[in-house]
Design a protein around this ligand. Structure first.
Ligand SMILES: [Zn+2]
Length: 215
């Protein structure tokens, strides 16, 4: 579900509705009540999102752009359905504030990653050490990089003045996606493999056990 999330984009024909309680991938009907305002009406819930329209110079051309003004909180993708219950409040809080303070959202996502590591290792510990332990247990490089990216970018003391997330809110949105990617790989995929394996016929399971005992 999170994989297929299409964030609201200016003048987009279809995207995931930004209204909490809707969130449907729906057709949007655009209208322009003034030169500076646009409205997109969701065909699914009828909610009207409000956009600021502006023009920027690009070389010799002018480009029309737009940013979502209302509702703002849900530009970030929804949490992965398998995100552990106890981590959901932090993720949701990060979502609520991501438009107003990308830096605060990134710090909360770092906390989500910390808690995810604790959840996966079933113990508490320093986030950096925990990621190292997960790598030793066979964590794929792609996921280790996702964990480290959220860990470093969410830690403000690491990059004072070098990386201002408030100037690059898109980067914060990427961090939300990375957290969902981690949940998919570390929780959803292993659970699915277990479910399929456990549904194999009993005699096949015994055969597999016998083979593994031999080697
Ligand atoms: Zn809607």
């Amino acid at each position: 579900m999170s994989k297929d999330y299409s964030p609201p984009i200016f003048e987009g024909e279809r995207f995931h509705c930004p209204f909490p309680g809707c969130g449907a991938f729906a057709q949007m009907m655009w209208s322009r009540p003034s030169t500076e305002a646009c409205i997109a009406e969701c065909a699914s819930c009828g909610g009207k999102s409000i956009w600021r329209r502006y023009v920027v110079a690009s070389g010799l051309n002018f480009l029309t752009k737009g940013t979502l003004l209302y509702p703002t909180a849900t530009l970030a993708p929804p949490h992965h359905p398998d995100l552990p219950e106890k981590i959901k409040p932090d993720y949701e809080e990060a979502r609520m504030i991501s438009a107003q303070s990308p830096r605060a959202a990134a710090a909360l996502l770092r906390l989500c990653v910390q808690k995810l590591c604790n959840h996966l290792l079933k113990k508490e510990g320093d986030i950096n050490t925990q990621i190292g332990e997960l790598v030793k247990l066979g964590l794929p490089v792609k996921i280790q990089r996702a964990l480290d990216s959220v860990r470093v970018i969410g830690n403000e003391s690491v990059h004072p003045g070098t990386m201002d997330l408030n100037d690059t809110p898109e980067l914060t949105i990427v961090l939300f996606r990375l957290v969902n990617l981690i949940v998919q790989n570390c929780i959803t995929d292993p659970n699915e493999a277990d479910d399929i394996f456990n549904s194999l016929p009993a005699n096949k399971l015994l055969g597999i056990e016998a083979r593994d005992n031999k080697s």
